[in-house]
Design a protein around this ligand. Structure first.
Ligand SMILES: Cc1ncc(COP(=O)(O)O)c(C=O)c1O
Length: 352
């Protein structure tokens, strides 16, 4: 066959984000860190709530109003995005010219590396250290001072370790770094601490959030960035003018308006289940790392892969990370409802 086109370097070399194939109903998903239930008011937003034949509001005015009240920042500090992942894309487009560098702290969320490489960035890896997966603040600050370092990605709590960065360390990095610092708080609600208010103090700090985890809206694809108003103006220029569908933006707005109590209840349920699930997994002989997120990193040693695949054959999917750098023997398990967690524990009891 004739090849009348030429792929870019990125087109030739990018490997896809690894993800379990789409799985049908009845499969229990302990691999995606989502909530076990949809938010109650989202179920009451019909497609007819928006005029699908027309474009929606490009400024997402209603959603931004709710977000400003939820996050206690002004609307001018918010950029609504079509997901946390699109927010990462916007950040890399905003800060990286080809050959510029970005700092990541493996093991961490892989989309920073994927998206920034697609936008021609070069990674600097400063691995988390020790059994607590602490950030290496001194080396991160040093890396920020290298020529062409433009962006640092921190995650609090981190995926997949569940470990956190103390506020004092965050402040130290943000105030000493000579570039933009992103704090990804996709799991922030499960921790209960946030850097959002610090964005009023540090003009190089950007907080990234998503409705996928704390709000039970992973399928709607809505995220946002919080930063000083000058940066926010740029992000709002770089993003697609109409990236979030009118239905998704209405869903997110409705949930923030009506379901905040429900969200708080879900979070406290997940935190209680996190403790219980960690206890049950420890009792089965696995090493469970402390987590402030809605998932647990569990070391199953050389049985990790076979346990994960036996669970899959029982219709239960966990995230096998055991072949990944820094994560030898580890799987990541989402904390779900009591009933679902019991199913997982019972299946594991059978297997081991
Ligand atoms: C740390 C972190 N950030 C961002 C995201 C992106 O979430 P989404 O694209 O669903 O908004 C995820 C998803 O797993 C994540 O784990």
């Amino acid at each position: 066959m004739n090849m009348n086109y030429r792929l870019s370097q990125v087109g030739q070399t990018t490997s896809p984000y690894q993800w379990e194939a789409y799985v049908v109903a009845d499969t229990l998903r302990f691999d995606t860190n989502t909530l076990p239930f949809p938010p109650p008011s989202a179920e009451r937003v019909p497609v007819s709530a928006v005029s699908v034949n027309e474009y929606g509001d490009p400024n997402y005015t209603g959603l931004k109003r709710e977000l400003a009240s939820y996050e206690r920042v002004s609307q001018s500090m918010i950029t609504v995005t079509d997901s946390g992942d699109e927010a990462i894309d916007i950040l890399s487009k905003t800060f990286l010219d080809p050959g510029d560098r970005f700092v990541i702290t493996p093991p961490t969320y892989e989309m920073f590396d994927i998206q920034c490489r697609i936008n021609r960035g070069i990674p600097i890896e400063i691995p988390l250290v020790g059994k607590t997966f602490a950030v290496n603040a001194a080396d991160i600050i040093k890396a920020s001072r290298q020529p062409r370092t433009q962006l640092i990605f921190l995650v609090n709590p981190n995926n997949p370790t569940g470990s956190v960065i103390p506020q004092s360390t965050l402040r130290r990095i943000v105030s000493a770094a000579s570039c933009a610092v992103v704090v990804d708080e996709a799991y922030g609600e499960f921790y209960g601490k946030t850097a959002v208010q610090l964005t009023k103090q540090y003009d190089n700090l950007i907080v990234l959030k998503t409705f996928s985890k704390f709000a039970g809206l992973a399928g709607a694809r809505v995220g946002y960035l919080i930063a000083n108003r000058n940066l926010s103006r740029v992000f709002n220029t770089v993003r697609f003018p109409m990236g979030v569908s009118s239905l998704s933006s209405r869903l997110a707005e409705t949930v923030l308006k009506n379901d905040r109590r429900w969200i708080r209840k879900q979070i406290s349920m997940i935190r209680a289940e996190r403790r219980r699930l960690a206890g049950s997994l420890t009792a089965l002989g696995f090493v469970v790392y402390p987590s402030e997120a809605n998932f647990l990193l569990v070391n199953m040693g050389n049985r990790a892969r076979s346990i994960a695949s036996r669970l899959t054959s029982c219709g239960i999917i966990i995230r096998d990370r055991s072949a990944k750098p820094y994560l030898s023997g580890c799987v990541r398990i989402t904390v779900r409802s009591e009933r679902e967690n019991n199913k997982l524990i019972n299946a594991l009891k059978e297997i081991v």
